[in-house]
Design a protein around this ligand. Sequence first.
Ligand code: SF4
Length: 371
Amino acid sequence: MKISKKDAYTWFKFFATLPEEEQLTAHQSEIVYAAFAQIEEVVDKRNRELMESIGGLKTLQNRTYYVGNDDKFPNGCKSCLLGTGLSAVRKTNKCNLECKFCYNYGELDDIPPVGEGMWEIGETKYYEKDIDLLLSVHKKPTGISYVYLEPFMEIEKYYPVIKKFHDANIHQHMYTNGTLVTGQSVKILAECGLDELRFNLGAANCSDKVIDNMRLAAEHIRSVGIETPMTPEFIKGFFEKKNMILNTGIKFINCAELHLNPNNIANYYGENMYISRHGYISPVWSRELSLKLMKTADDEKWDIVVHDCSNYTKFARGLNLSAKEGKWFGANDYACEFPAIPYEYFLPVLQDESFLFLSEEPLPAEYADGL
Ligand code: SF4
């Protein structure tokens, strides 16, 4: 059903007034999905055109796209997309910043602690002394990543655990906003065996201090890169300091397509949104910014990897993980992060006169009434 933008807008305005728990009829659900498909088709077409303009575009076994120096492709991403998946290790429940794109926006002071002396690995609590037992019983993952809030709030706690996993020959990567990184801490992390450190450079808006800390980290840690959501603010900050950033010694930029959840979506109210395969909801500009950055990197032959960590990549990641876990054919944990569709957030794109559906037809009579 090629619903028109006008009809989609009328229906979505109505859906937005319904109580969250109200179930739609099958006909109404078809209208919702028809509108989502119409929006996604436009987004896909625009992205396809951008991709066609990137001469050196490459894929990692069709699971993700990138440009640049193959040798610098982050091994953490290879583990996630080709290996046993993204095995998350959690420890710190605090952060010193409050980014508007943070998945924990609005609840950063109230994140459940993992527990004194404990680590959360595979959603299970462990003492450090239990890790040997874990490694002797479970099949080792190809890689693990430290993913909970800001690890440099208490980085010294990580050293012995990183050493243990390093001795077990497991690739390890860590995420940081970079503001609390010091020469001393990255030196010890490297000695303990941390393989990869990823800076969320958008968190402190490309601050000189974080750029300097990336340079310090790159002196010690084998693979240092940027992983940050692609937003207009980041791109502006990045291009103002492009040379300074590219000269830090980083090996990659992971362009994360910003996806939203109930915590942070209100910070992006009014933007044109789409939903990718009924899963992640994102502003349409985010992946466009990734692809434009990749095009610049390719045209200017930057000697790093610039990688399109898009909703499509997350979908492929979910497939890889479920295959490695031996789940049933088609299983994938990629899903929508909202308990109910936030219809009002799709009104701006349906009102935007410059966002045109590729083709439209009148609603069939049986769908046309019922408002
Ligand atoms: S730095 Fe990371 S954890 Fe901290 S507020 Fe920003 S996105 Fe959230």
